[in-house]
Design a protein around this ligand. Structure first.
Ligand SMILES: [Mg+2]
Length: 173
């Protein structure tokens, strides 16, 4: 059971994911959570840093798609802002939205990465689908109340993981 909860990588933020390396390994598709992964929970603002990262991912050759459990307005407003396909009320960790996203991108699970900040939704769902899962630290402590309960359980799982990698120079200052 625990192996399904374990991400393949645990990094400090999306900016610490070695996308060129993952591309070299054959990954072409990037599914990503929205809240506390790309931006703060319910933040409607795409930061310049995020936009630069998304451009870089696309330039490397990745196709990117959002899978979020948040509601239609929040998710689709943000998706329009960054011109990216998205699935809302995804019901992670259920497989349905992952399957739909993979189909939309004409991807295969073996070529697909799932990035998110929660073990019991993002990582568990991704692992169940056979994706390469990357856990990031949540951007900001403010979040949905139900999420806070799961964080307590997450800490138990993460105790068995190495500390997240930080390769972002800005954070070292
Ligand atoms: Mg999240």
């Amino acid at each position: 059971m625990l192996s399904f909860l374990r991400p393949r990588e645990f990094v400090a933020s999306i900016y610490d994911i070695d996308l060129p390396h993952l591309y070299e390994l054959g990954f072409r598709y990037l599914l990503t959570d929205l809240d506390n992964t790309l931006v703060e929970w319910n933040s409607p603002v795409a930061t310049p840093k995020l936009l630069t990262w998304l451009d870089a991912a696309r330039n490397i050759g990745f196709q990117v798609c959002i899978i979020s459990n948040n509601d239609e307005k929040r998710v689709m407003d943000f998706a329009r802002l960054i011109a990216m396909p998205a699935f809302y009320k995804a019901g992670k960790p259920r497989k349905k939205a992952y399957r739909e996203a993979i189909q939309l991108l004409s991807a295969t699970p073996l070529e697909t990465i799932m990035v998110g900040d929660q073990v019991f939704t993002d990582v568990l769902g991704g692992n169940r689908m056979g994706l390469y899962t990357v856990l990031v630290k949540p951007i900001h402590p403010q979040e949905f109340i139900g999420t806070k309960v799961m964080r307590w359980l997450e800490r138990f799982v993460l105790r068995q993981m190495p500390e997240p990698k930080i390769i972002d120079d800005e954070k070292k200052k």
